[in-house]
Unconditional design. Structure first.
Lengths: 851, 167
């Protein structure tokens, strides 16, 4: 600090004098300079400076030939140095790839796996899937999309007749623990009784059945839908009193999980327990530090506070911060309600199809234990039925089984055990033992104990090698392997025979603790379950005439945006003469369904209201039933039908034609109905109406623009050439042509061209969606494809109530009192001019789907 | 949907339309099937195409099956009868049939519409028909079974869910 120039170290021999006083402004000025230097130094080490890394080191740390040998640098700079060197390109810093032998060493392999899991979470079955499936990045996970083999139809057959197996462990589990009335009040704000039963309905509260609710943003129903979540309550023992805490597991889809958790935190006013302020009691102050940690773990902060209150002493607090929390937990201010995110704690496998019974029966052998005997007996009896759909819908069964490794067949076989004593299904349906849903998986300690006690596959194999005298014979040590508690959840499949064949999509969900995922998975596949991926989730939903992600939920919006981007990119990758000219086809929005504009155009009152730009899917079951009833009777819709809603329907194409996603659902005119009778008479399969081609006003514009752009580029180039020649005349060395630098020009041209190719954005003009073509559009298809259950092209779409009203009003007069066939509408692909007939049905189970 | 098939008459499935005033919703379960069910037991539905069902039966019989069983219940009884008669008629005397009737006990779930209720059940009965269609070929020497009546009760009992060993 002093201004005198002195030796820097007194030990070396210099004389050090300290000044008697320091002037404040001198000191401040110097401090400022120091801070500046520090900041500059910090910035220099990042890429902002022009210096290389080794040049920024202080002199005493520099070494000879540092730029050649990264190892002469301090360790923390090496990575940056390497990347700098590789960018400059003058030195091959990236050495050879390590040998395969080195890379495959277990330690190195594991390190590599851990590194790759940092960006996307892997499931436990990841490596198995990655060898056999196309993997995609979805929702923060790396998930199997579809098998590398051609298994589309095979997976359908499996889901309809045999057993389809999917790993849906990416569904996150959230545990909520607290008094019942608090939970009930909180969820009343997030859900609506109009969508179906609430979360605290009596039928779910006993833990006997799993339920599902639609979750909305706080108080914004019917808008602001987040996602559908299934839930199960922890079964309660008889001796527990009524006031005790209830525990709830909420299974959240990862796309909207964070949003739902945020809503839960704000509704229940929960705070993270990662950083806690704990009062420092008197003993703690003088006792050594180990004690307060133990104490703080056990006592909730609320109780501590109340205990200390009578004392007059000022409270002192200490803050406890957990650096890393495997399961982040939250609790409210008085410590009654707790929320724990059970990340990677449970595996959930989905088995679909009637043979799921046989597969489960073969792979799960009940563990002999006296106290759970009736549970085991019931499970065995239930699994011997011919179809899961014969049991109580959404039944929850706890089951304690022996390690699934002991139940594997020698080769992959179909599970086809002959049943000795077929149980009476009626009794099983009506009477379940009281202890059926109980499972040790609910308690944290049991899960931890399970995770510790898993015998690794390696150990198991080694033991088998030592002990098994005859290959394949059971060994003595296998009796000592810990039993595995699992939870089986029945899924009833279709329950409305008028909508979809009964019990399509029925099956079981299996919940297994962490660590057992791969063990159970292999056993199930060995017994003939066919593994499927994300594609099969969608196709099973489409076959049952519904959708997993409704278009107003978070996941639905994400999915629509992603597919629109992909379709748009693919469209502009094609050469211009192969592109569909949507302007000529009079299609306003070819890549995505413009729900907002559709709803806007069908709104009767022309108010540009505050809710003007939003829509929602109608989930109100009673209103849906009324609408379906009035469609059946061909009577006008009830007045209550809301204007911002869209109604989910299932379409079936009657004769020919194919439908893709984002197809238009249109209103037929009277002429179309007449044409239909004429065509039926002549057995004519031609489309009922063909859209007359529209003129494309932009065609000439595009041509002109292209011409002028090319001309401009040419002119610029010739200018550069001239410039070069002029320079060459005076120069002695060879002169190179100046770089073009026309990137921004070309990019602007591309954008302009894209704008001219695509139709105008429907948001700009009113009625641009409804009256985009010669028939009025009143809905859009969201997923479509050939349905194997119906042997027809089927689609799931959404229509507006106003459009339905008009459709019913414009129907030709029916003949007498005959049975009314389903209502019909016109469907047109975005790539085609042909309108075709499709019959449709309103889906009543929007809020509680069948799959 | 049914193509060129003639319209069929029979008891229609009971509608659940008029029960909306009540505080539950009727959910029908898949009818129970006996544990032993292979390709020779055919369950007749009213939705499947009639000709497809007929072709399926004919293929089974032509491929050497000595007998097949048609099971039909409720609304599809008439359809099963039609199918059996059509098969026998088309076979020009090679096939014959035997009919058993039975009653199937069905359980419906009544799902509650308000939070305070639990799932309840409703039991109902439905009439069922089991038609055995067998080959009456002259060259096929049929060894008489110990007792004809026993097999009949067996096939009847089989549908009710008792044990039966396949012969």
């Amino acid at each position: 600090m002093s201004t005198q120039k002195l030796e820097y170290d007194a030990a070396v021999g210099g004389r050090v004098t300290l000044p008697s006083h320091v002037t404040t402004y001198h000191y401040a000025a110097e401090a400022l300079q120091e801070i500046r230097n520090l900041v500059a130094d910090c910035q220099e080490t990042t890429q902002r400076s022009s210096k290389l890394i080794f040049q920024t080191l202080p002199k005493h740390m520099r070494r000879r030939a540092m730029s050649h040998h990264p190892k002469r640098l301090p360790c923390k700079y090496r990575q940056a140095h390497k990347s700098q060197m590789s960018k400059s390109g003058n030195q091959p810093v990236n050495g050879k790839r390590p040998s395969r032998k080195y890379r495959r060493r277990p330690k190195n392999l594991m390190r590599e796996y851990v590194r790759r899991q940092r960006r996307h979470v892997w499931l436990e079955t990841h490596i198995w899937h990655a060898k056999r499936f196309h993997m995609v990045d979805r929702w923060g996970h790396r998930l199997p999309y579809a098998s590398c083999d051609k298994t589309y139809r095979a997976c359908y057959r499996a889901s309809a007749e045999r057993c389809l197996l999917q790993d849906i462990s990416f569904y996150g589990c959230v545990e909520l623990r607290g008094p019942l009335n608090v939970l009930r009040e909180g969820f009343a704000r997030l859900t609506s009784p109009q969508c179906g039963l609430g979360i605290t309905a009596r039928t779910f509260l006993s833990g006997r059945r799993e339920g599902s609710v639609e979750i909305f943003e706080d108080g914004r129903y019917p808008h602001g839908a987040l996602q559908r979540a299934s839930f199960m309550w922890r079964p309660r023992r008889e001796e527990e009193e009524e006031q005790a805490d209830h525990t709830l597991w909420l299974w959240l889809h990862p796309s909207g999980a964070q949003a739902v958790i945020n809503q839960l935190l704000s509704v229940f006013q929960l705070k993270s327990t990662r950083q806690q302020k704990l009062p420092l009691s008197k003993e703690n102050m003088d006792v050594d530090k180990t004690e307060p940690v133990e104490l703080s773990k056990e006592t909730p902060p609320g109780k501590e506070c109340s205990k200390k209150k009578p004392e007059p002493k000022p409270l002192r607090f200490w803050t406890k911060t957990k650096a890393f929390d495997l399961q982040p937990s939250y609790s409210n201010s008085d410590g009654t309600l707790h929320l724990v995110l059970l990340q990677r704690e449970l595996n959930r496998f989905r088995l679909t199809g009637p043979r799921a019974q046989k597969v489960l029966l073969a792979s799960l052998r009940p563990h002999q234990e006296v106290e759970l005997q009736d549970q085991a007996n019931y499970c065995q009896a239930a699994l011997q039925l011919s179809s899961p759909a014969e049991l109580l819908s959404n039944l929850v069964m706890g089951h304690l089984v022996v390690d699934p490794r002991l139940q594997r067949p020698k080769k992959r076989t179909k599970a086809d055990a002959k049943v000795e004593q077929p149980p009476s299904a009626g009794d099983l349906l009506v009477n379940q033992p009281k202890s059926l849903p109980e499972s040790p998986l609910w308690s944290k300690e049991a899960r931890e104990r399970l995770a510790k006690g898993i015998m690794s596959t390696h150990t198991y194999d080694q033991l088998r090698q030592q002990h098994a005298v005859v290959p394949g014979a059971p060994c003595a040590f296998e009796q000592q392997m810990q039993p595995l508690p699992i939870i089986l959840i029945q899924r009833p499949g279709s329950q409305d025979s008028r909508y979809k064949r009964l019990a399509y999509g029925c099956g079981w969900d299996v919940i297994a603790p962490a660590g057992y995922g791969m063990i159970l998975w292999l056993t199930l596949t060995m017994w003939g379950a066919r593994p499927g991926g994300l594609r099969e989730l969608d196709s099973v939903a489409r076959e049952s005439g519904a959708e997993i992600h409704l278009p107003d939920t978070l996941a639905g919006v994400q999915k629509a945006a992603a597919s629109a981007d992909e379709l748009r990119a693919r469209y502009f990758r094609m050469p211009p003469n192969k592109r569909t000219n949507y302007r000529k086809l009079a299609v306003v929005s070819p890549f995505t369904a413009p729900w907002k504009q559709l709803v806007r155009d069908w709104r009767a009152s022309s108010t540009p209201a505050s809710e003007g730009s939003s829509f929602y899917v109608l989930r109100h079951r009673q209103q849906l039933e009324e609408i379906a009833e009035s469609i059946r009777r061909r009577s006008p819709l009830p007045q209550a039908a809301p204007e911002n809603a869209i109604i989910q329907i299932q379409l079936q194409l009657l004769s020919r034609g194919h439908v893709k996603d984002n197809a238009l659902i249109c209103l037929p005119t009277a002429a179309d109905h007449k044409q239909r009778w004429r065509q039926l008479k002549h057995n004519d399969q031609a489309p009922v109406h063909v859209e007359p081609p529209q003129p494309d006003l932009n065609e000439q514009l595009r041509k002109d623009l292209r011409q002028s752009h090319k001309l401009k580029l040419k002119r610029l180039r010739s200018r550069r050439v001239r410039e070069k020649r002029r320079l060459q005349e005076t120069a002695s060395k060879r002169v190179h042509i100046r770089p073009a630098n026309t990137v921004h020009l070309v990019r602007a041209q591309l954008q302009e061209m894209c704008r001219l190719w695509l139709p105008t954005d429907p948001a700009e003009m009113r009625d641009s969606v409804r009256r985009q073509c010669s028939r009025q559009v009143f809905g859009y298809v969201s997923t479509a494809g050939f349905s194997f259950t119906e042997a027809l092209v089927c689609a799931v779409g959404y229509v507006t109530p106003g459009g339905l009203q008009q459709l019913i009003g414009e129907l030709p007069e029916g003949k007498g009192n005959r049975k009314q066939p389903p209502l019909m509408c016109l469907v047109r692909d975005p790539d085609s001019r042909d309108y075709r007939w499709a019959s449709f049905q309103v889906n009543l189970n929007v809020a509680s789907p069948a799959f | 949907m049914m193509g060129s098939n003639p319209p069929e008459h029979g008891t229609k499935p009971r509608s659940t339309r008029h029960q909306r005033q009540q505080n539950h919703r009727v959910v029908r379960k898949q009818p129970l099937r006996p544990a032993v069910s292979d390709r020779h037991n055919i369950y007749i539905t009213s939705k499947t195409d009639f000709k497809a069902q007929q072709r399926r039966c004919e293929e089974l019989l032509n491929s050497g099956a000595r007998e097949i069983f048609l099971h039909c219940m409720g609304y599809s009884v008439t359809r099963g009868l039609n199918l059996a008669l059509r098969l026998v008629q088309n076979s020009e005397g090679a096939l014959s049939y035997a009919i058993n009737t039975s009653t199937v006990h069905l359980v419906d779930e009544l799902h509650p519409l308000c939070d305070a209720e639990d799932v309840t059940f409703r039991q109902r009965n439905n009439s069922a028909l089991h038609i055995k269609i067998f080959n009456r070929s002259l060259f096929d020497i049929v060894v008489p079974q110990p007792s004809q009546s026993q097999t009949q009760t067996q096939s009847l009992g089989q549908f009710r869910g008792k044990a039966k060993a396949r012969q």
